[in-house]
Design a protein. Structure first.
Length: 199
């Protein structure tokens, strides 16, 4: 019988199934598990994505005693001074849907000449012993004037990444193409390298 390589089990401090799915695709060398219902996450009231990610990872680790991973991410529009930023998930209100948040951002940018935006993602990892690691990455792009595509989530239907260069939005890219350039893909690969897990 051959030995199978060890795959570490990690609790992901999110209740967003889209995020959990994306991270599982990128961090292929780790067994990612959903957050137990009993875990109470702190409010995302930090000034930075890294603060919010680390707060969630610490809470999951402290309450489960296990290694925990968390991310916080959002979109920053140059013409709006970096907003929505850390408030991206609740830009149109605490219980706003992705569609409502995107509609508000499109409305606020309106006919602005500068439609440059950046996706930012911070991923925090707290290992079994409590050691902490944070990695952050960006993806630059522009905001389309109207949503296109049915893939992805959040602001993806209007985010046109610079790197692709053919005008497609994140929501029009197949998953592997999106992960190769996305803020979450880049941050997750950097974290995988730091953790010694994944590809």
């Amino acid at each position: 019988m051959t030995d199978r390589p060890h795959r570490r089990s990690i609790v992901v401090a999110t209740r967003n199934q889209h995020k959990l799915g994306e991270l599982a695709e990128i961090l292929a060398g780790a067994d990612l598990e959903p957050l137990p219902d009993s875990v109470e996450l702190p409010p995302e009231d930090g000034e930075t994505f890294a603060e919010n990610a680390l707060g969630k990872a610490r809470a999951a680790h402290e309450q489960t005693g296990r290694a925990a991973l968390a991310d916080d991410s959002g979109i920053a529009a140059a013409a709006l001074g970096g907003r929505p930023g850390v408030r991206s998930a609740r830009y149109a209100g605490e219980d706003a849907t992705d569609e409502e948040n995107l509609a508000l951002l499109l409305e606020e940018l309106g006919a602005a000449d500068d439609r440059s935006v950046a996706y930012v993602c911070a991923i925090a990892f707290v290992d079994e012993d409590g050691a902490e690691t944070v990695r952050e990455a960006r993806c630059e792009g522009t905001l389309a004037e109207a949503p296109r595509g049915d893939g992805g989530f959040g602001y993806d239907p209007a985010f046109v990444p610079e790197e692709i260069g053919d005008g497609r939005t994140m929501a029009e890219l197949p998953p592997e193409e999106k992960h190769a350039i996305s803020h979450r893909g880049r941050a997750a690969r950097a974290m995988a390298a730091a953790m010694g897990a994944g590809r």
